[in-house]
Design a protein around this ligand. Structure first.
Ligand code: PLP
Length: 374
């Protein structure tokens, strides 16, 4: 038996996206070429742009394709720096792709705290925005570890009033909840194909009229001069197809909330703490922490039962670290024990139930062993 419940790390490629890759791979064109093959490749890229724009609720021309969510975040942050923004405010629960790129600018980086549910403190933000210098504010739409949804639209009112730039990392939210760029009031918004059933190594940045994008990569004039380099046509074509499927499948995703909550009730009954339970969350993400049962042991215990999940964060180095997000929620004692279960487009109720059965059994074995040792 093999059950994959780690969609927030990466989603399995949707069959229609895999098909789009195969089709694009056998058509040889470079989208910048004017001959028939080039024009065919251009059509694939532009059709995908329209689908990705629709997913994010933006105009087609606002989408710049990148090599993934990390580059999309980097492009937004670098663009704000180049546009003269003097400081950066990042929420304490941002992904490393945001925090490390903010640090790399050399600008002053202030950390926007979150409450015990993992929700950004907007009163703090209002005060910070009143300080000296126009600020870039980075607030993710949904957290990768807990699924907690941030009040981006409220934050945008504060950011606009202070003449700032709001960057929203929507990498985890896209395809799991509806996104409306204008309603969010974002200036830039980052997306990643592999979180919604497209290929790894493809992403996009949506930019509104107030955001002037910098030239991060120098070279050809692709992406209207905003991102040089021959486009990843197969990956972009698959992104478009996956974006459409994700948009059409939002109700399938929403239905997972019931299964997620049943699992939450089971782990809570066994003694675990559900993270961000009181906050609005993505429907398919469950973060919890079981005191005394390390993240690493939980991941291994479930893996032995054929179930694939992540420690709080899927660490890019392959090592399990104490969750920074849980620490930011003032739950530092729980940070070494965080686990993340995340379903997606192909997950079934049976998957969530099997995960609960395996986790409860593994947890009981673990606590029994600890009792013996004590
Ligand atoms: N932002 C968030 C919230 C993420 O969860 C991730 C990936 O885990 C990224 C950005 C980076 O995206 P990518 O893997 O496409 O570079």
């Amino acid at each position: 038996m093999s059950i994959y419940l780690d969609y927030n790390a990466t989603a399995p490629v949707r069959p229609e996206a895999a098909e789009a890759v195969a089709v694009a791979l056998v058509s040889a064109g470079n989208p910048s070429s004017v001959h028939a093959a080039g024009r065919a490749a251009r059509v694939l890229v532009e059709d995908a742009r329209a689908e990705v724009a629709e997913l994010a609720g933006v105009k087609v021309g606002s989408i710049v394709f990148t090599s993934g969510g990390t580059e999309a975040n980097a492009l937004a942050i670098e663009s704000a720096r180049a546009a003269g923004f003097a400081r950066i405010i990042v929420s304490a629960v941002e992904h490393d792709a945001v925090i490390e790129n903010a640090n790399a600018t050399g600008l002053c980086v202030e950390i926007l705290p979150v409450d015990g549910e993992g929700v950004a403190d907007l009163a703090w933000l209002a005060k910070a925005l009143a300080g000296e210098g126009r600020a870039l504010v980075c607030l993710m739409l949904a957290n990768n570890e807990t699924g907690v949804i941030q009040p981006a639209a409220q934050a945008s009112e504060l950011v606009r009033a202070a003449d700032g730039w709001l960057h929203v990392d929507a990498v985890q939210a896209a395809g799991k909840i509806a996104i409306d760029f204008n309603a969010l009031g974002a200036d830039t918004l980052a997306l990643s194909a592999h979180k919604l059933g497209g290929m790894q190594g493809v992403g996009a940045l949506a930019a509104g009229p107030r955001a002037t994008l910098a030239r991060r990569l120098h070279g050809g004039g692709q992406e209207r001069g905003r991102r040089a380099g021959t486009e990843n046509v197969p990956g972009i074509a698959a992104f478009g197809v996956a974006a459409r499927a994700a948009r059409e499948g939002l109700d399938v995703m929403a239905a997972q909330a019931v299964w997620r909550d049943r699992l939450a009730a089971r782990v809570a009954e066994a003694g675990a703490t559900v993270l961000g339970e009181g906050a609005a969350r993505l429907p398919q993400t469950l973060g919890f922490a079981a005191p005394g049962y390390s993240s690493e042991l939980q991941v291994m215990g479930l893996d032995l039962a054929g179930i694939m999940v992540s420690a709080g964060a899927a660490c890019s180095s392959g090592k399990v670290k104490a969750s920074r997000v849980v620490q930011a929620m003032a739950l530092a004692d729980l940070a070494p024990y965080a686990l993340r279960v995340s379903g997606g487009w192909a997950s079934s109720e049976a998957d969530w139930i099997a995960c609960g059965d395996a986790w409860v059994a593994a947890y009981e074995r673990h606590t029994a062993r600890r009792r013996e040792v004590a």
